[in-house]
Every structure is written in structure tokens, then in C-alpha cells.
Write a new protein. Structure first.
Length: 638
């Protein structure tokens, strides 16, 4: 573990500039094609007006999403600039404090250059002190190891950092007599002239971003800029290269690329960089998650003019992900966009219930690629790749039966990763998690489990495959609600029932190998599979209550709860209404002279702020003429 942290304000300013650049590009991208839409009806006629309305809704949603993402980048840039100023101010104050302490001990004002030693004449020269000038170097100072912050050099160094200086310290660009701190920050006289920021910026990735971002290709994927906007290899004169800090996932990708680039005695075979990225991510995911019966995973990479995007999904539910999995922030999921890309008005997605997750990513690539001008560039799966996919997408590098790889641990949260709620959770869910105090975590998780259980039992009929799993959940939730301890046997019974449901789901998944690409449709027969997935999510909510209280427990519970109640096909039935007071029966005379039994209206007490409906009364209205009982004279009854 390093014993110090060196932060360069110039790097922070460069990152801020990249974020500002991305914000501008995102706003430009999000602008709707006003001129094209205005000429849509004259070009295609009024018969295409429904298409125009749908396009206007789409471009409006895209503009709102782009503006929201651009605001996030602007806020990040502002925070980085404030952080750079704060670091420089703290460094200047620290240097001034050290100078005052030195002056109080030595009586020499801080910043006074040390006297240089004049070398005697002759062939042997005596080296000067630290900070002095050496002959033959045009007075360029030599930075000594451990030099105090108050030491000054007679001239600024114009080349790269001198040997012995900290690696992360940038070369000073101030004039003569400029004092620099130990971390490379400039003095209070002015900020340092940092290196020129390259064009481009951080891509719009993650759950709040767009589905097409950038995947860095240089130093282990750490340089996140669009492919067509990467910095050229030639740097400006005097500019210092920006140090890149690789992430754990980026380091794993770099190692995998180096291994793939080794000679394997296959002539003419090229290594696909995107295939290496996808395989590395999928291998790390398989190593982080516990194996489950019938569950498969797939990862794809899409590339376009705006960069590249990584997408992952499983074949359970809407790309469900287990707890304890932390994915890189560059990763997204197609289930964030299926409703926007849906070709039908029916709720749900034709991708749900497909047994092959690789087919889901291919269908997403076809749907989104036409809109984003991107194409599938790599596809990997934990199961076999369907031969039909290989035949239709022969130009796309594919790999099936990917095995777990332990080069990077995705079970540990790092600043460059995000959990499943951060990847697929709604904005309202994230806001509710942030607003909930720690003292309410356990109670809120129990409330989520009870709410999901009650809504599912009330709204969806249980399929025969689930058995008595609902009663097992009711028993555990009742014990937890009363504050009692749940016996270990009850947890084991629920786990066995959950395993049986998972095994029953295998036969309900659909093999779409014979269906053409782009021809999938929502199948009503997937209702049973969808219900079993909801039952498993309810089981997961109950299992989460067996863990210790933590903010991560809250985030996991909110994610699972949304997998049920925010599902496009889930329609919650209203709770049943019970009437406590019995209605009295009385007789009402009819127009024909008979009496009919009718419920007596019960007067309702209505508060000034409430509105009640009038009592429901059955029977003929007042003064109605009853049908004749005796036929008129001369008419025989048949």
C-alpha cells in the first residue's frame, strides 16, 4: 500500500476539460433533427404521420436524456476544478507554514537561494549543492531527492522531469524564481501551465448514460475517449505526457491482450481487441457469481462513430444480476433500452424468456445499431454460440463456452465499478436510497419484502411449479415482523423450494434458434416463466433479510423490489375492500302492487373534505309502469 498520495491539479483540470467537451458533444448529439422532421410529412405524405409522431417522441426523450447527462458532466467538471483549486491552496498554505517554521529556527528568510560553491580551476570539479547549477547543462537545476518545498531554482526546467523527482510531478513551466511544492503544484503566484487537454472526453456510459460510449484501447482501457477523438501520438513541444492510472479491469484487459498477442503458431490470425475485452469481462463475472442451474451469461461490444459500448445480460428475467457483483462503469445492459426500441405496443419484451443470452445481445445490436450507426464488434457467451448466429454474423468475432477467469475480482467494490442498483436502478430508487437514514435500513428492507409478497400474491395466480413457496415466505416474514428469530430449518426449506423453481424455469425458456434475426415477438406463453422469475425475486428479498444491516443490503433490496413491481408486464391489483356494517333488507312497493326486497341505503357520514358516491339501489325506478299480469280481453294465452 503506498504511503502517500500525489495529486496533480493539472490532471484534474485536464479531466474537467474532457468532461466539458463531452457535455458539449452530448448536447449537440441530443438535438433533434428539426429540419428533417419538418420535411417529413411533405416527403412521405400524411399516411406516415404516426411514424412522425413516434419519431418526435423518441427525439424528445433522447434530448431530455442527453441534457441530463450533459448536466452531470458539467457538475463533474465543476467539482474537478474546485478540487484542483483546493489542492493548490492547501499546498501553498503548507509551503508558507514550513517557510515560517524554518525562518524561526534559522533566522534566514524562506526562499533564499543557497550559496553556490564555485568549483576550483582544473580538471576535477566539485559538485554544487542541491538546487545549484551543473556545468554543461546551461544552468538547468537538478532536483534532489527530498528537496524541501522552499528551495528554489535559478531557472525553470523546460524539459521532462529531472531524474530523482517524483514520477507524478509535472515539469514546471513557470518563469525564473518560481517556487514549486512537493506534489508539483504551483505557488500562490499563479497556477501551473498544465499539458494541453486532448480533444474528446469521457464517454457517456453507465446506467444514467447512453448505450454507446467508449472503451479505451490504449493503456488497459483506462483512457476513455471516443475512438475517433483520441489524442494523436505527437505532443506539443514541452508538453508532459499525462500519467494514466489503470483500473483493475483495465489491467486485466491489458494482460489478456498481451497474452493473446504472443506467438501461437497460427499464421495470419489477428487478435480482436473487442473480443479480448468481452472475454475478460465475462470470465471475471463467471468467477464472481455462484453457478446456478440453467443460468447463462453473455457479453457484447458495439462500436460506432461515438466510440464503443460494452453490454452484459443473463437469461433470467430482464437481465437479472446477483448480489455482490460490481461491474466496471463502462458496462451497460440492453434492458435499459428495450422499451424504447420495442417494435410493438404490448408490455414486456420479446427478448425475455429467450434461453440464449447471446441471441438477446444480437437482437439488441440489430435494433440499436440502426439508430446509433453502430455495429456488433464482439460477442462471447458462457454457453455455446448458436450456429445460425455464426452464419449470419460471420464477420463478428465470437467465442462460446467462456470459462471463469480470476485475473480481476469483481466481488470487491472499487471506485471504477458500480453495483447492480447503480447499473440498472431507476432514478427514484437511487434517490430513495440516498435519503433513507441508516436507522431505517432493516425496517425498510422488511417493508420491501412484505410489499412485494403482498402485491405478487394479490395480482398473479401461482403456477403449479412453485409449490408452497409462498407459504414458506409468509411464515418467515411473519416471524421477522414479530421480531422473532427464524429457525435455520425454515431458511433451508425456502432455499430448497427456490432451487426447485429455478430448475422448473429451464423447460419454460424458449429456444429461438429457428426464428430469424429480428423476428422475435412477445409470447403469451412466457407468462408462467415470468411469474416464476418474480417468485424467485421474492425469495431473494426474504434471503437478504438474513444478512447484517448495511447500505449495500438496502441497495440490493431496492434493486430486487424493482425487478418485480417495475416490470413492464407487472400489473398490481388493488387491495380488497371489506365492508364492516351489514346492509338491512326492506320491502319497496312496485307499480304493479307487489313488493320487492331491496337493500336499505345506509346513510354515510361525509366529512367536508370527502366526497362519497350515492348509495347503489337496484329495482325499477319510482313511478315506473309494471308489465301487465293479466292479458287483455280477447287475447288467449299460448
Amino acid at each position: 500500500m503506498p504511503d502517500r498520495l500525489e495529486i496533480d491539479p493539472a490532471i484534474l483540470r485536464q479531466l474537467a476539460g474532457q468532461h466539458e467537451q463531452v457535455a458539449r458533444e452530448t448536447r449537440e448529439w441530443a438535438k433533434p433533427p428539426v429540419e428533417w422532421l419538418a420535411n417529413f410529412e411533405p416527403t412521405y405524405g400524411k399516411i406516415a404521420n404516426p411514424v412522425k409522431v413516434a419519431l418526435e417522441r423518441y427525439y424528445d426523450a433522447r434530448q431530455r436524456a442527453g441534457e441530463a447527462l450533459a448536466r452531470e458532466h458539467d457538475q463533474t467538471a465543476e467539482s474537478l476544478l474546485k478540487a484542483a483549486e483546493s489542492y493548490e491552496r492547501a499546498d501553498a498554505e503548507s509551503a508558507a507554514s514550513i517557510g515560517r517554521n524554518e525562518e524561526s529556527f534559522t533566522g534566514v528568510p524562506a526562499g533564499t537561494p543557497a550559496p553556490s560553491v564555485v568549483p576550483p580551476s582544473g580538471t576535477n570539479s566539485v559538485p554544487g549543492p542541491i538546487g545549484g547549477a551543473l556545468g554543461g547543462l546551461s544552468g538547468a537545476p537538478v532536483a534532489g531527492v527530498g528537496a524541501a518545498p522552499e528551495q528554489s531554482a535559478p531557472a525553470a526546467q523546460t524539459g521532462p522531469a529531472a531524474p530523482g523527482a517524483p514520477i507524478s510531478a509535472p515539469a514546471a513551466s513557470a518563469g525564473a524564481g518560481a517556487n514549486s511544492g512537493t506534489n508539483g503544484a504551483a505557488s500562490a503566484g499563479g497556477p501551473p501551465a498544465g499539458p494541453t487537454a486532448p480533444s474528446g472526453g469521457l464517454p457517456p456510459l453507465g446506467s444514467a448514460g447512453l448505450p454507446l460510449g467508449a472503451v479505451g484501447a490504449g493503456a488497459a482501457g483506462a483512457e476513455e475517449r471516443p475512438a475517433d477523438q483520441r489524442q494523436s501520438g505527437t505532443a506539443a513541444p514541452g508538453a508532459m505526457p499525462v500519467p494514466v492510472v489503470p483500473t483493475p479491469f483495465g489491467a486485466a484487459v491489458a494482460a489478456a491482450k498481451n497474452k493473446a498477442a504472443e506467438p501461437d503458431y497460427v499464421v495470419g490470425e489477428e487478435v480482436s481487441e473487442d473480443l479480448v475485452i468481452a472475454r475478460t469481462l465475462l470470465g471475471a463475472v463467471l468467477a464472481a457469481v455462484e453457478p446456478s442451474v440453467g443460468m447463462a451469461w453473455a457479453v457484447s461490444v458495439m462500436r460506432g462513430p461515438g466510440g464503443a459500448g460494452i453490454f452484459i445480460t443473463s437469461n433470467e428475467g430482464r437481465g437479472w444480476m446477483p448480489a455482490g457483483l460490481y461491474l466496471p462503469r463502462e458496462v451497460s445492459t440492453p434492458w435499459l433500452w428495450d422499451e424504447l426500441l420495442g417494435a410493438t405496443e404490448s408490455p414486456g419484451s420479446p427478448w425475455e424468456g429467450v434461453a440464449d443470452p447471446a441471441r438477446v445481445l444480437v437482437e439488441f445490436g440489430l435494433a440499436w445499431g440502426a439508430k446509433a450507426n453502430a455495429e456488433l464488434s464482439a460477442l462471447v457467451s458462457s454457453g455455446p454460440i448458436d450456429p445460425g448466429l455464426r452464419a449470419h454474423l460471420a464477420q463478428v468475432p465470437m467465442e462460446g463456452m467462456v470459462r471463469p477467469a480470476y485475473d480481476v475480482d469483481l466481488r470487491v467494490f472499487t471506485p471504477d465499478t458500480v453495483d447492480r442498483l447503480g447499473l440498472a436502478g431507476s432514478v427514484s430508487a437511487l434517490d430513495s436510497v440516498a435519503a433513507l437514514p441508516d436507522s431505517r435500513v432493516r425496517a425498510h428492507c422488511l417493508e420491501l419484502a412484505l410489499d412485494a409478497q403482498s402485491q405478487l400474491v394479490r395480482s398473479v395466480a401461482p403456477p403449479p411449479e412453485i409449490g408452497g413457496v409462498r407459504s414458506l415466505r409468509d411464515r418467515i416474514l411473519a416471524r421477522l415482523q414479530s421480531g422473532g428469530e427464524v429457525p435455520r430449518e425454515w431458511w433451508n426449506d425456502l432455499q430448497e423450494a427456490d432451487d426447485l423453481v429455478a430448475a422448473a424455469m429451464i423447460s419454460h425458456r424458449v429456444d429461438v434458434g429457428r426464428v430469424g434475426l429480428g423476428d422475435l415477438r412477445v409470447d403469451d406463453e412466457a407468462t408462467a416463466l415470468r411469474t416464476m422469475a418474480w417468485e424467485r425475486r421474492c425469495n431473494e428479498l426474504v434471503f437478504l433479510l438474513n444478512n447484517d444491516d448495511s447500505r449495500q443490503l438496502l441497495r440490493d433490496s431496492v434493486y430486487v423490489h424493482e425487478q418485480i413491481v417495475r416490470h413492464p408486464s407487472f400489473v398490481a391489483a388493488p387491495p380488497a375492500v371489506s365492508v364492516d356494517e351489514e346492509q338491512r333488507i326492506h320491502t319497496v312497493p312496485t307499480a304493479g302492487g307487489t313488493e320487492a326486497e331491496m337493500p336499505e341505503p345506509i346513510p354515510a357520514t361525509v366529512s367536508p373534505t370527502q366526497v362519497s358516491a350515492p348509495p347503489a339501489v337496484s329495482g325499477p325506478p319510482k313511478n315506473a309502469v309494471a308489465p301487465p299480469v293479466v292479458p287483455p280481453a280477447g287475447v288467449e294465452r299460448n
